[in-house]
Design a protein around this ligand. Structure first.
Ligand code: UN1
Length: 499
């Protein structure tokens, strides 16, 4: 059995073997709470990518010929290994990217859920049959794989997000080259090690670690890569999509969010407070689904504000491994700086800082990238802090005078990932669901907490029309093949031999 915490050091996994990178540069994986160096992983180059893609292309013919139920058996075993190693993986995840253990356990659980759910598709992968226009002619369609898939993932959900992409790509019969985020290379290597241990044949799943500019771009540009699945910033996603457009490749993008919750006067304010604190500050606000705008009806603004500030100030910052920590560090010094710059922008724009807005360096926290949970009020919808994704523990209070105004504010951003509304009135909730322009809507719940068997993704600049999760994700990783079988024994011309 694997020594899970003994992460393979300094090597990529290509064609079923741990291999040294072509160059000798390494990425260092550092615990953002303590500064502890956890290990090294290859700072790979285009030559490493080429090796991995070739291996994946070579493995494809026999993997696509493997019946889907057999492919799925291996994925079920991978799910079992994830279950068995959940705690170790969660602890490594907390050490590598900082969020608290309760949340990294959830992250691993999401990968488990996704793997079981999609492995089940091995015995379905439904197409459909339909009547033909003509007698003695059968018509049906099936899903076919595309070839080599490039998977590029972020560090905030280092287990769940790779599973959203890799597992459906594999069950559909594609082979994969996976580039995990540069902040979480060790988890990327562990993920692949577990799936290899489950029995994937050599070359079916490969991992190449390294920065986006070198490894990500080389993957996207490689002529043998057919599909690119990316989660990350809008800037990078659009840049990759441009390349894919030029090269005629399919690309699935999951990018930014500026998610909002609406709180109406008839809401349960205790519930709303619990949910909004969790949505704004869980994962230290580093979720694409984080609640970074709270649109509150003026009648309950004061009451909600008081509760939120009190709760935010009571959150305990610390190492995510400590049981009493509520909020871990930001992932890096660069991310902390970016968050702080946004706070300065907000203050400069005239928003009022109610709490937070500063780095926290008390005692042992000085070694990590800790930032106080931050709430602004008197935020106007057009301010930059109300329009741009911050990706940190910062949320805005925006006042509205009616449901209509609140929905207009909610929709008035370039993103459309998740949204929520707190009300006890079913008519109001249903009307909001009709009018909110996002891919995910919650009622009496925060903006986070999507489940794997429903489609995940957003409208407008959040994505490019694809969905992860749900059965919808299969559309990213398969091509429809329409089949006509004419058993009439004569020429029957569609559209022409009508009468
Ligand atoms: C993300 O926000 O980056 O819905 C992913 C959620 C999680 C996944 C979040 N299941 O909050």
């Amino acid at each position: 059995m694997l020594e899970l915490l003994a992460v393979p050091q300094g090597r990529n996994y290509i064609a079923g073997r741990w291999v040294d990178p072509v160059g000798d540069r390494m990425l260092t994986s550092v615990n953002p709470a303590t500064g502890e160096v956890l290990g090294v992983a290859p700072d790979s180059s285009a030559a490493d990518v080429d090796r991995a893609v070739r291996a994946a292309a070579e493995a494809w013919p026999s993997w696509r010929a493997t019946p889907a139920p057999r492919r799925a058996e291996i994925l079920f075993r991978a799910a079992e290994l994830l279950v068995r190693h959940k705690e170790e993986l969660a602890r490594l995840a907390t050490r590598e990217m900082g969020k608290i253990l309760t949340e990294t356990r959830g992250d691993v659980q999401e990968a488990i859920d996704m793997t079981y759910f999609i492995a089940g598709e091995g015995r379905r992968l439904h197409g459909y049959t339909t009547p033909s226009e003509m007698p003695h002619k059968a018509a049906y369609c099936v899903r076919a794989p595309l070839g080599v898939v490039a998977v590029i993932t972020p560090w905030n959900f280092p287990m769940a997000i790779p599973s959203w992409k890799i597992v459906p790509a594999l069950v559909c019969g594609n082979t994969v080259v996976f580039k995990p985020a540069s902040y979480t290379p060790l988890l990327g290597l562990k993920f692949v090690e577990l799936f290899a241990e489950a029995g994937l044949p050599p070359g079916v799943l490969n991992v190449v670690t390294g920065p986006g500019e070198a490894v990500g771009d080389a993957l996207v540009e490689h002529p043998q890569v057919r599909v690119v699945s990316f989660t990350g910033s809008t800037e990078t996603g659009l840049r990759l999509a441009e390349k894919c457009g030029r090269l005629g490749k399919r690309v699935s993008l999951e990018m930014g969010g500026k998610n909002a919750a609406i709180v109406l006067p008839d809401a349960d304010l205790g519930l709303a407070t619990d949910a909004l604190i969790w949505s704004a500050f869980g994962t230290t606000g580093q979720r694409c689904t984080a609640c970074s705008r709270i649109i509150v009806h003026r009648e309950v603004r004061e009451a909600l504000t008081e509760r939120l500030v009190a709760r935010a100030e009571a959150l305990r910052l610390g190492d995510g491994l400590a049981p009493d920590t509520d909020v871990g560090p930001l992932v890096s010094a660069a991310q902390l700086e970016r968050v702080h710059r946004y706070v300065e922008v907000g203050t400069g724009e005239g928003a009022r800082l109610l709490t937070g807005g500063r780095r926290v360096t008390d005692g042992a926290l000085a070694r990590g990238h800790f930032y106080a949970p931050t709430i602004f009020d008197q935020v106007r919808p057009e301010m930059r802090i109300a329009q741009e994704e911050i990706f940190g523990p910062v949320t805005d209070l925006i006042e509205a005078a009616s449901l209509e105004e609140a929905i207009a504010i909610l929709n008035g951003v370039r993103y459309g990932l998740s949204a929520s509304i707190f009300t006890r009135d079913v008519n109001t909730a249903m009307r909001a669901i009709d009018e909110i322009d996002t891919g995910i809507v919650y009622v009496n719940h925060g903006t986070i907490g999507a489940e794997v068997h429903l489609p995940f993704g957003g409208t407008k600049d959040t994505g490019n029309g694809h969905r992860e999760g749900g059965l919808q994700v299969l559309d990213v990783f398969s091509e429809w093949k329409a089949v006509y079988i004419d058993y009439s024994g004569r020429l029957q011309r569609a559209q022409i031999d009508k009468d």
